[in-house]
Design a protein around this ligand. Structure first.
Ligand code: DHB
Ligand code: FE
Length: 278
């Protein structure tokens, strides 16, 4: 059976793509952010996952407001990136893993998560940039399975539901008949709000408490309703649900290998974490 080696999470901000394309990693504005990644890459070079399952939220590239699935799973052989209008380079296609995708889909539907299945799926900055940050080579060396959680248009799934989705995805991976090693990733957050009266809102205290909870008390954030999470983290900070799904997939115990937290990049409090599965 397949093995889950661990979990990764990162913020996803379009301007990171521009900074990487321009080689600004050592620039004083960017350095404290990019310095968060080499220790996670070092862990990856030891853990050597073959496949990564990525929880992220699409921002209008593949799903628009007219048709918005709560949960959607990619089941394609390849995922294309496309221009979202941020003025950043489009990255080369990412290889899929249809066999694991369909195994996850079958398990999720069996567990009463009625997901949308996508045999074609465009992937946006929330998928491409964290992969590029953890695997910075010319093309991504691991196979991928994208899983979208809607955090763009209300109603959003609860934190408890996202955690349980992650747990079900973890069960699916561990029962996948394969010798491959799998990592799980969540992208988004941490606290940020891009629009409205509270644009620029950041909540460092909550972000750090959330990061602290992930190792030993992973269900901590499930006590909060979506409206409480928006209040505490901002309208886009609620993307931290992806981190929660990732942690759910790791099972009962996980060990923090590395973390970084830096404010701000663009309008966002950025976080990175690597957790090793037990
Ligand atoms: C920013 C953050 C996001 O999560 C996103 O999807 C787009 C932009 C930002 O801070 O600029
Ligand atoms: Fe986002």
């Amino acid at each position: 059976m397949a093995k889950i080696v661990g979990g990764l999470a990162s913020s996803h901000i379009p301007s990171i793509g521009g900074a990487m394309a321009k080689g600004l990693e050592q620039d004083p504005y960017w350095k404290p952010f990019f310095d968060g990644f080499p220790p996670a890459r070092k862990w990856l070079s030891r853990a050597k996952p073959d496949v990564v399952v990525v929880f992220y939220n699409d921002h209008g590239l593949n799903f628009f407001l007219d048709k918005m699935p709560t949960f959607a799973v990619g089941a394609a052989a390849q995922y294309q990136n496309a221009d979202e209008g941020w003025g950043i380079p489009t990255l080369p296609p990412f290889k899929g893993c249809p066999d694991l995708s369909w195994h996850i889909i079958n398990h999720l539907v069996d567990k009463e998560f009625d997901v949308v299945t996508c045999q074609e799926m465009l992937v946006d900055h929330a998928f491409t940039l964290p992969l590029k940050l953890f695997w910075p080579g010319a093309s991504c060396p691991v196979l991928t399975v994208p899983i979208c959680i809607n955090t763009v248009q209300f109603p959003l799934p609860t934190a408890a539901r996202c955690y349980r989705l992650g747990q079900a995805v973890g069960e699916a991976i561990r029962t996948w008949d394969s010798d491959l090693k799998v990592a799980v990733m969540g992208t988004g957050g941490l606290s940020h709000q891009l629009d409205g009266e509270r644009a620029g809102f950041i909540n460092k205290k909550f972000d750090l408490e959330f990061m602290d909870s992930l190792q030993d008390n992973p269900a901590w954030a499930t006590q909060f309703s979506i409206h409480e999470l928006v209040e505490k983290t901002g309208t886009q900070g609620v993307e931290l649900l992806m981190w929660l799904a990732m942690r759910g997939a790791l099972g009962a115990s996980a060990k923090e290998i590395h973390r970084n937290y830096h404010i701000p990049i663009s309008n966002t409090a950025t976080g990175v974490i690597a957790l090793e599965a037990a």
